[in-house]
Write a new protein. Sequence first.
Length: 281
Amino acid sequence: MPRSHIATPTFGPIAYGESGPGPDALFIHGVFLNADLWGYQVEALSDLRHCIALDLLAHGDSPCPPGRLTIGVQGEMVVEFLDALGVDRVDLVGNDTGGAVAQMFAATHPDRVRSLTLTNSDVHDNFPPEAFLPIKDLATQGLLADGIAGLARDPVAIRAALATSLEHPDSIPDDTLVGFFGAFTSPDKAGALQDYVAGMEPSELVALRDDLARFEAPTLIVWATDDVFFPVEWAGWLEATIPGVTRSVRVEGARLFFPLERPEVLTQELRQFWDGAVAHE
């Protein structure tokens, strides 16, 4: 996806891809990936929305933060990013850690969220999930930065690293995989990523619970059923907690990165959601 950049006061030039006119929709990716996760949706939904997919700090073409990278810092960057673009309200869409950032934004800036769509994501005290703890341990020991830099240009190694998150790892083109991880050939970005993972603590999302319980904007849950990181019960937790949930669906047999592997499924759900529940807001 071609990138533009917009300057933010604290974080410098943030990279993003965009397509279409109309109301603004913001897509937020998770750890290790970048805005290209959402390439299909950004183009396919451009008749309904001005679709924006950003690269989070230390990912893709966006810079490292001036200090230690945390999920809270990512959330602060999103606020500055939207302000810089002159965007007041958005339809938010998040996956993986990007779903956690989306929840944080919705909880702290509910007046700026027209609607919220969450796919498989960190939720409540499942941050980071148990299956991710070996990666967090590497980060805590200071070993993740070198490891991630070592595989950043090796599509075979990247495919193996992402295998549990993909339904059909062999179907993902090499250049897509290298495109996701290529940023981490930069020692600064690899180091910031290491800080980001090492600092993941459940308390950051647990603190959002009461605010999410008051979040009434239309909310869509689209959840893969075969995700080892974010099991289906977390979709149920969101349904029970967020009063704005208008629809919750399961994508049978899919895994964490199904927006990349089964893009038409999420695209169709978003189209119906934005044409239906959101259109009446």
